[in-house]
Design a protein around this ligand. Sequence first.
Ligand code: NAG
Ligand code: NAG
Ligand code: NAG
Ligand code: NAG
Length: 522
Amino acid sequence: MESRLQWIVVAFLLFQDTHANEYEFPQGKPPAFVTPGQHYRIPAGASVILPCRITQPGSYVLAWKRNIAVLTAGPIKVSPDPRIRVLPSPTIESPSTSNIGGVPELSGGGYSLELRDVRPQDAGDYICQLGTIEPKEIVHTLEVLVPARIHFVSHTGILEVTQGQMIKLECRASGNPVPSVAWTRKNNVMPSGERSVQGLSLVIQHADRHSAGQYQCSADNGVGEPDTKHITINVLYPPEVEVEGATVHTGIGLEAQLVCIVYSEPAAQVLWFKDSTQLGITEQHATRAKGNRYTLTIRNVSQADMGNYSCVASNQHGKSRGKMVLTGTATTPVFTSPVLGSERDKYNLTWSVNSHSSIVEYRIYYRQQPRHHSSHHHHSDDSGDFRVPKNGTRTANMKLEWVSLNIMGPGVVNSIYPHSMPPPYPGVTKQEMSQTLFNLIPATTYEVRVQAKNDQGWNKASPIFRFTTRANDMENLIEPSAQPAVYGSTNHGHGLSSHQNRPLIAYGLYYFICNSIFLFVQ
Ligand SMILES: *[C@@H]1O[C@H](CO)[C@@H](O)[C@H](O)[C@H]1NC(C)=O
Ligand SMILES: *[C@@H]1O[C@H](CO)[C@@H](O)[C@H](O)[C@H]1NC(C)=O
Ligand SMILES: *[C@@H]1O[C@H](CO)[C@@H](O)[C@H](O)[C@H]1NC(C)=O
Ligand SMILES: *[C@@H]1O[C@H](CO)[C@@H](O)[C@H](O)[C@H]1NC(C)=O
């Protein structure tokens, strides 16, 4: 092989020498390259044809070299590599000359170098040299594009960690160009909330149950398909319990269900308690688990069943408790009347509750909304106490204390059951009620809370509901055109409010400062 190659190289040089002198500048012009040297980016496995064409046919030998190794000389392939081929290229001026028999290099035009099944190690410079006295050459640079491939993954299969542990996943990839690595998660966003995270490694500082799942690293450089590897993270953690309803309303003789949602890895054992007594499976109590949903069913609820319940979920990493109250009291009242009343001095308040026994009494608390009320400060709304507001807001003829009004319940409002039917009433019964509040100030906002009492006692008072009385009676608003234009400008109402504006602003500022100081002190 070696000797053959040397022989050809020698022959080539001789050939060049003898013929070059004889045929130099046959048309008085030196030959030149038509094809400039170029940079080729070829994916591995593909084929490439590197062109080399000269202006004039002549006796000059074209040789392809890679570094110092001669690959071809004229039409002759020197390299033993079977992937290499020499292809004659026709001249531009006389494309048909190559069809004429004879020595191909004399018919000119040059030779392309074909390289099939390109490999990464083929990358480099390919020189097409024209054997004139002063050798001329062009240089093609071959870059071999290699698809991304992940050659190292920090974990394979399932990675098990305990809660709070740091997780570092790593994926290293090679390819040309250098691939970028991105992390994604199956059917989920990344713990950071992003869809994907770039980088060779992924760090989760404190693993928790939300970090568990299947992750994948993907290396891509735009050549071929990206390469992907999967890592599954399993996080072991103590159970976390959520209750579906912290207060469950029921009635005597009914069936009640208490539900705990338990998150746990490994799976938790779940026990049910009433106060501190563990509940066994009896005629009356049934427990069920479906997925992470644990249900305690209490059949034929009796008075003794009312009270505090808890589910306790435990595994080897810890335990957690979910608390619930089973009560026969009515649900929290829901208001159904509009926020803007239809009259100046009275308001028809309507609400409803769900209760399994008839409501025997309602209690309504109402007051004029304190002036300093700001919709951004709801903190006292659900505190459940009805303290008289602090000094400074009080003005003559304004009632800011809560006024309470007790009214008798009407019994069950349900056409299916006659009024005379004694409790318990089967099923959930919606009970509606209304009460007109009198002696109200026009164009004024009031706050109301309602509480209901049935045979199980008083329920939890409603959150504050706000309504506003009319500045004018409905009739005036419905037909403004019937009124004189001056009267219809509602000067009366505006006069009242503008009169109150100054102290209001002054107080508002005072309240703001006080509140800021309060927040600051906190
Ligand atoms: C429900 O319990 C009461 C006693 O608490 C009993 O008299 C009644 O028969 C029970 N009803 C059913 C359907 O088991
Ligand atoms: C239920 O628990 C609350 C505190 O969580 C307590 O105030 C109440 O007295 C308990 N009720 C019963 C019936 O034990
Ligand atoms: C208050 O509203 C309710 C429900 O719309 C209605 O049934 C009731 O008659 C009204 N009461 C008065 C006094 O208008
Ligand atoms: C509240 O007002 C009363 C009378 O207007 C006054 O005597 C009392 O000192 C005030 N209290 C506060 C805390 O401002």
